[in-house]
Design a binder for this molecule. Structure first.
Ligand SMILES: *[C@@H]1O[C@H](CO)[C@@H](O)[C@H](O)[C@H]1NC(C)=O
Ligand SMILES: *[C@@H]1O[C@H](CO)[C@@H](O)[C@H](O)[C@H]1NC(C)=O
Ligand SMILES: *[C@@H]1O[C@H](CO)[C@@H](O)[C@H](O)[C@H]1NC(C)=O
Ligand SMILES: [Mg+2]
Length: 270
């Protein structure tokens, strides 16, 4: 197994946490959420749905991945089990690796200008670095407690997130093809050092730019990311590819020549 992927022992421990979670009756209180990351699964049971048992979880996942189902704030209660197994099992890894392979097939067919201005934009969370160990950990356990930005930032400061499956390999392939790499993340500037440390630790060793969100920036993710991509293009960069786990990474202005969507049925960022 490559160092770039989630280690098996970690997966086992996550699976255990997850099983523990599954036998726990969960009741949590929804609250306004910083950074527009919605709760994963604060309620057991209906999650406000009339007929939760009628939800086809695979259909739900397809709908959220395609952005047909927008602005969702919780995994439906009856699909938490399904999403947990999906994220911790082989399917998520295979899905991520499939996207990376398609991205490479596209990238290697491009004629780069050779002027150092061809860039590939990567989001960070759930695109290059995986927070799965955090979301599956004992206390968080896919929404056992509501999203807590303080706790999440503590996890980010540890700089121990593994790579998303397939992403380090793609990154290296793109670098070898001559792309300049831009990491564009909704993480705040205060997290610059741990983010750098974490990226390097799993194999993302160089980049053209690492763009974090200003301490006082208050726009939404689409506005923020569009604005930063616009600045890149105004500076003469050509965004040949753009990869993210949220549609808000990929829509808006200056999206790039082609976008690649990685799976993420854990949360929705507007
Ligand atoms: C790349 O450039 C070569 C040589 O100019 C040309 O033959 C080829 O068609 C180009 N490929 C694309 C995808 O533009
Ligand atoms: C959020 O996490 C921090 C750090 O772990 C903790 O001190 C705090 O009590 C948590 N807040 C809530 C509302 O649970
Ligand atoms: C953010 O706002 C605070 C309070 O208005 C101010 O003190 C601080 O300098 C601002 N930070 C930046 C980076 O602009
Ligand atoms: Mg992300």
């Amino acid at each position: 197994m490559q160092h770039s992927t989630i280690h098996l022992t970690a997966m086992k421990s996550m699976a255990l946490s997850y099983l523990i979670f599954m036998v726990t009756i969960v009741t949590a209180v929804a609250s306004p959420i910083d950074n527009q990351i919605h709760l994963i699964m604060p309620h057991s049971g209906s999650a406000g749905l009339k007929h939760p048992d009628e939800i086809n979880c695979l259909s739900w996942r397809l709908a959220v991945e395609t952005d047909n189902h927008k602005e969702w704030s919780q995994i439906p209660g009856s699909c938490v089990d399904y999403v947990g197994h999906y994220m911790l099992g082989k399917q998520y890894r295979d899905d991520c690796e499939y996207v990376a392979t398609e991205a490479y097939e596209y990238a290697k067919g491009l004629n780069l200008t050779g002027d150092g201005k061809d860039v590939w934009v990567f989001d960070i969370d759930e695109t290059t670095l995986s927070n799965l160990p955090y979301y599956a950990s004992d206390n968080v356990a896919f929404g056992y407690i509501p999203y807590n930005s303080t706790a999440f930032n503590e996890w980010v400061r540890k700089a121990v997130a593994p790579a998303v499956p397939g992403s380090v390999k793609l990154y290296k392939q793109l670098v070898n093809l001559g792309f300049k790499i831009v990491f564009l993340t909704g993480s705040r500037e205060a997290l610059l050092e741990p983010r750098k440390k974490n990226l390097k630790a799993v194999g993302y060793t160089e980049w053209e730019k690492l763009i974090l969100k200003g301490a006082n920036y208050s726009g939404n993710a689409v506005e923020y990311k569009s604005g930063e991509r616009k600045k890149l293009e105004e500076a003469g960069y050509k965004i040949r590819g753009n990869m993210g786990d949220q549609w808000s990474d990929l829509i808006g202005t200056n999206p790039g020549d082609r976008v690649f969507k990685l799976p993420d049925p854990m949360y929705y960022i507007a």
